[in-house]
Design a protein around this ligand. Sequence first.
Ligand code: PRP
Ligand code: URA
Length: 215
Amino acid sequence: MDTTPAFPTLRVVSHPLVQHKLSILRDRETPTKIFKEIVDEIAMLMAYEATSDLALEDAVVETPLERTHGHRVSGKKLTLVPILRAGLGMVEGIYRLVPGARVGHIGLYRDHDTLEPVDYYFKVPSDAPERDFFLLDPMLATGGSAAAAVASLKRAGATRIRFMCIVAAPEGVQRLATAHPDVIVYCAALDRELNESGYILPGLGDAGDRLFGTR
Ligand code: PRP
Ligand code: URA
């Protein structure tokens, strides 16, 4: 994972497989079916890196031959929270790695004119203060949606939150870091800038539309 001095909260997952798959996502010719599969795969590969600091506890295991010592991830209190809609595409890939995780949902859409988030749904497990949250959304553009989602999680009692996206814009990373400096952001790419409509350049277009074929 790479860090950049300008954005201390940012971690860029530079693994070759992630970078290869990201180029397929960016390609305008990639069809919905493949786009969905690749988002799933990138999310899983990124989660592998983003969970590398999870605490382990000792465990005793009975092999077919004898008793031995092993390890288990301690706590089992991981919670995945996709921001609807596009975040949904990242859930299954991560869930395959951590099947004990719970899944919450935050419904937000970005108003086309103001680019500010409008919220319409919120549901997370009731024991939020005891949980580690992975907030999921492929796109961090202005950062309005991410900052609002983190604020909602904190109102529900969450104290340990990481944000996982695929493409981030510098504007969004900065806005999220200013509002929530405690939230580490994982991405596959830090792109150049936003255009006048709030789309990330070079980006990959509208992630929700490309995932669900609603373009
Ligand atoms: C997209 C994306 C993020 C948001 C990012 O969602 O999935 O949630 O925009 O933009 P921001 O950083 O400027 O807030 P969108 O609002 O298009 O909703 P959708 O996922 O339902 O299509
Ligand atoms: N939301 C998207 O889906 N794509 C962008 O480039 C910006 C916001």
